[in-house]
Design a protein around this ligand. Structure first.
Ligand code: HEM
Length: 363
């Protein structure tokens, strides 16, 4: 059972409240937790990822990778993202059609996070298939079915770690391996969990900002025209699109460490609380005309990237990728349009990540 918190102010409260722990074991005994949620031994090391931990472990782990994701460093990726988006569109050019999700929205963040971490290019689709299994788990049955794929995924990452340990390169996996070797800053489980988190968070979210954001623009032609005629609007446009489409619809799990009250409801110790980001981002007390897409919205304090200690580490990267991907796409094809009726579009069945299954476009 979980509490869903939906109003903007309450969601902000949930994301900031230190009485709500990310690590379930700060709020429940191991036995209590095992009764609520079964985790196979294979996946136990992944619980040591920073998004599922609290201070001081969270602070230590985040500090290890924070420098790699600063605005300044991420901005240096601009030429690479521009070349990549151009190449992907050129490949699709002669077909007159593009399935935007698999041919563009996915390969952009997948290639960039793969290159940052140092995953060989030929393996990137492979790890996407595995990571997609991991983020699509909705039940214990799904989990059991996905176990072989997850086993291959973790074996692959362990091999990559061993390779970089033997022969370090100029990539994030090598830097993390060196931090692990340097002593007690990062355990082996934490190293594995960090790489898996960065791989997954680094592309399973941005893909949906690019694809659902493009769909929102095509469904609001006057806003799309506004952006085309004023490309400088792109930064504010991406902020509005991320609010409007909320690719991470639910914030991740938080557990009450003590009895507390949210919006007049009593939450007992150990209970699970989920902030509904998609709902907070459309709260009319904070966003005038919340269901209107306004690319020049003046105050836009959305919570699409979370808030507080776990605020999205990759927000500068996601913003850069989406700004470039959307600009390049609109520049290239002035006549871009849906290739199927809107009613034919299907959304993925996933409580946390909201995204399309496919987005066929013609140009
Ligand atoms: C549009 C794209 C993205 C969206 C909407 C998004 C959203 C979020 C949200 C809402 C959280 C906080 C979850 C919570 O508190 O429960 C988060 C955390 C995180 N995100 Fe993102 N994210 C995006 C892209 C990325 C990218 C490109 C990376 C690259 C590595 C990334 C890495 C992370 C990490 C590591 C955390 C955990 C931070 C911590 O625990 O301190 N995200 N993200």
């Amino acid at each position: 059972m979980a509490w869903l918190v939906t109003r903007y102010d309450d969601v902000v409260g949930v994301l900031r409240d230190q009485r709500l722990a990310k690590n379930p074991l700060s709020a429940r005994s191991a036995a209590e937790h095992a009764k609520e949620q079964w985790i196979p031994a294979l996946l136990k090391p992944l619980a040591r990822n920073m998004l599922d931990l609290d201070a001081p472990d969270h602070t230590r782990l985040r500090a290890l990778v924070q420098q790699a994701f600063t605005l300044r460093l991420i901005e240096q990726l601009r030429p690479r993202v521009e070349t990549l988006t151009d190449e992907l569109l050129t490949k699709a050019q002669r077909d007159g059609r593009i399935e935007l999700l698999s041919q563009y929205a996915l390969p952009v963040p997948l290639t960039i996070i793969g290159e940052l971490l140092g995953i060989p290019r030929q393996d990137q689709q492979l790890f996407h298939r595995w990571s997609n299994r991991l983020v699509s788990l909705a039940s214990t049955t799904d989990l059991i079915r996905a176990l072989p794929a997850l086993w291959f995924f973790l074996r692959y990452i362990r091999k990559l770690i061993a390779q970089r340990r033997a022969e370090p390169r100029n990539d994030l996996v090598s830097a993390l391996v060196q931090a692990e070797q340097a002593g007690d800053r990062l355990s082996e489980d934490e190293l594995l969990a960090m790489i898996v988190l960065l791989l997954i968070a680094g592309h399973e979210t941005t893909v949906n900002l690019i694809a659902s954001g493009t769909l929102a623009l095509l469904q609001h032609p006057e806003q799309c025209e506004r952006l085309r005629s004023d490309p400088a609007l792109i930064k504010s446009a991406v902020e509005e699109l991320v609010r409007y489409v909320s690719p991470v619809e639910l914030a991740t799990e938080r557990y009450a460490c003590a009895e507390l009250t949210i919006a007049g409801m009593t939450i007992r110790r150990g209970e699970l609380v989920l902030g509904v980001i998609g709902s907070a981002n459309r709260d009319e007390t904070h966003f005038p005309a919340p269901d209107t897409l306004d690319l020049a919205r003046s105050t836009n304090r959305h919570v699409a990237f979370g808030l507080g200690a776990h605020f999205c580490l990759g927000a500068p990267l996601a913003r850069l990728e989406a700004q470039i991907a959307i600009t390049t796409l609109l520049d290239r094809w002035p006549n871009l349009r849906l290739a199927v009726p809107p009613t034919a579009l299907r959304w993925r069945k996933n409580a946390f990540l909201r995204g399309l299954q496919a987005l066929p476009l013609s140009f």
